[in-house]
Design a protein around this ligand. Structure first.
Ligand code: AHR
Length: 613
């Protein structure tokens, strides 16, 4: 039975309470929300991004085609270009089954080309059944120049290929094909169906760009002087300005990121959907499987300054140094940034907090109105979590970002999680959470849990399900909220739950009491997607079994592991149907998701909680 007292007043609920968390995982950006149809458009794919890559990944060449990295390049940040001999051609295969075109729709092609002695490029769209649009001829002469052409598709195809042939010697770079029809018709825009699905949630905020993407690699150099080392974390200055000058980089999740969807586009998208932009910057302490904190004060100061510059980029007048960059990109008016996250899931709470304080002091000195968000580490409980919260409380932090992925049972059992949180301490930003699965049962458990978030809306100020997007052919992490391939997108049950809450945000909680609630005690069991954490502080052991009951992985923490994680990239792989641990030294072990066979496994995880936790 549920008893409601309509005259009682509970917590006020902010309009921004429910938002989305966008991270470029599962090809959420290139091959996903970013509408570019050409894969590896600037020939920058490299083994530094993924062992299987070459600069011609997704391209096939006919005749003499060679990727060149020399001083004849387009610009210093776009290192490779393609040299094509007379009568040669290249063909791009796009993502998934190919380039998707729809009959009657327009597609904008562009290319940077150089042909000192002059040439004619023939650009065509086709699939195995033949032409998909009238071919275009482009006369090219002289040094690097941007050329454009438009196609109107004469047929619909999911298997399109874009081919560029040259009559005489020519060099090409930044070969691009965009649907004319992007979200809100923005240039360098977003794929409409995906953006519309996100917009339909009416998110209160957009947290971006990650995730593990943010902090891992934050100590790496990434400059011309260093030879453009890859694997630097996602840093905003790398991602703004003309797209052909955004040096592509290795993505934490094992592929190349073009940064075509960069900070300007994130801010613009947030504005387009009426959501508060909420960027996260690296704190110079790594999490996500690494334990490292920078001791390089100059580097730390550079990042602090970058963060101040980011706020100026978002909010400064068009006459300010970074406001001018924003204005030049097409947005003279400010983006109204009010919240910023520093760091993500750091495993070293003390080291993190010491560095966080430097960011916070500098931000508050210059922009006292900005809410600076700290975090509680990678887990929902345990020693790291407790220390992080203690530091955040004692340090008078505005807001703390908590993350957890757990079984549906866990979510049902923890509806009361925030009932006992200190009302005078930092507010909570639940920046990432999901129960392990995309089944209806998962959505239901999340809905039940969200009633607890809402009941505690005086403490829990912001909440976002994670991850948001997954391209079904490039999955690193399950479950995910919205799924897609090159031609379609579909919502999960979890999406429908989020939408229900997000499009019906109340003003105030009316307190209620429920009796005869179901008994959800017992060990944590449940089908896993690609994510769950267990720490030796909270659990005695964890076990992953296949549907037939055979054990694939188990850990009783006797080896001293502090954390066990079933997710992400890197340390585990699937070989001949067995999980193989490839990095036994890792304190933070992971199961890889890159193997397409992954989805064929119906796994169960069982973790035994320590008593009292
Ligand atoms: O949402 C996927 C990952 O989960 C994020 O990158 C990270 O913050 C968390 O561990």
């Amino acid at each position: 039975a549920i008893t409601v007292d309509p005259s009682a007043r509970g917590a006020a609920i902010d309009d921004t309470m429910y938002g989305v968390f966008f991270e470029d995982i599962n090809r959420a950006a290139d091959g996903g929300l970013y509408a570019e149809l050409v894969q590896n458009r600037s020939f920058e794919y490299s083994t530094a991004d993924n062992g299987a890559y070459t600069p011609l990944t997704s391209w096939t060449a006919g005749g003499t085609a060679q990727v060149v990295n020399d001083s004849g390049r387009l610009n210093a940040r776009n290192r490779n270009y393609l040299s094509l001999g007379a009568g040669s051609s290249v063909t791009n295969a796009g993502y998934n089954t190919g380039i998707r075109v729809e009959q009657g729709k327009k597609y904008d092609f562009s290319v940077w080309a150089r042909a000192e002695s002059g040439s004619t490029l023939t650009v065509s769209l086709k699939d195995t059944a033949g032409s998909l649009a009238t071919a275009r001829r482009i006369a090219v002469e002289g040094g690097w120049t941007k050329y454009k052409a438009t196609f109107t598709a004469t047929r619909t195809s999911n298997r399109g290929r874009l081919a560029v042939a040259t009559a005489h010697d020519a060099a090409l770079d930044e070969v691009s094909l965009f649907p004319r029809d992007t979200y809100k018709n923005q240039p360098n825009g977003l794929r409409k169906d995906l953006a519309e699905k996100i917009a339909a949630l009416q998110p209160g905020f957009v947290r971006f760009p990650g995730g593990c993407l943010v902090n891992t690699g934050s100590m790496e150099d990434y400059s011309e002087a260093s030879g453009w080392q890859r694997r630097r974390s996602y840093q905003w200055k790398d991602t703004v300005g003309p797209v052909e000058e955004r040096a592509t980089n290795a993505n934490f999740w094992g592929y190349n990121q073009s940064y075509g969807l960069g900070y300007y586009e994130y801010f613009r998208f947030s504005e387009d959907i009426g959501a508060m932009p909420l960027p996260v910057v690296p704190a110079l302490v790594t999490g996500c499987g690494q334990n490292k904190a920078t001791e390089d004060d100059a580097l730390l100061q550079r990042h602090v300054q970058d963060t101040l510059d980011l706020i100026e980029f978002a909010n400064g007048p068009a006459t300010s140094k970074w406001g001018k960059v924003r204005a030049a990109m097409g947005h003279p008016k400010p983006f109204h940034l009010t919240h910023i996250g520093v760091g993500n899931e750091e495993n070293l709470p003390r080291e993190f907090f010491a560095r966080f304080e430097k960011f916070r002091a500098a931000i508050k000195a210059k922009y006292p109105g900005i809410t600076v968000i700290s975090n509680s580490g990678p887990d929902d409980a345990g020693a790291i979590f407790d220390t992080a919260w203690q530091l955040n409380r004692e340090g008078g932090v505005d807001m703390v970002d908590e993350h957890y992925y757990n079984s549906p049972d866990w979510f049902l059992r923890h509806n009361d999680r925030y009932d006992s949180y200190d009302r005078t301490g930092p507010k909570v930003f639940l920046g990432e959470y999901a129960s392990q699965g995309n089944a209806w049962r998962n959505g239901l458990a999340e809905a039940a849990f969200m009633t607890g978030l809402e009941r505690n809306a005086d403490v829990v100020k912001l909440a976002s399900y994670a991850p948001l997007l997954a391209n079904e052919d490039y999955v690193q992490w399950r479950p995910d909220m919205i799924w897609f391939n090159n031609r379609a997108s579909w919502n999960s049950a979890n999406y429908e739950v989020q939408k229900l809450f997000m499009t019906n945000v109340g003003d105030r909680v009316i307190p209620s009491k429920a009796t005869t609630t179901p008994d959800v005690s017992g060990p944590i069991t449940g089908a896993v997607g690609l994510s769950t954490w267990a720490t030796s502080a909270a659990y005695d052991d964890v076990k992953v079994t296949s549907a037939d009951g055979s054990t694939l992985l188990s850990d009783d923490f006797s080896g001293g592991a502090a954390q066990w994680r079933h997710s992400g990239a890197g340390d585990w792989s699937v070989q001949d149907g067995q999980y193989v641990q490839t990095d036994t030294a890792a304190e933070n072990t992971m199961v890889t998701a890159g193997d397409p066979a992954w989805r064929d496994y119906d796994l169960r995880v069982k973790a035994t909680k320590k008593s009292g936790k």
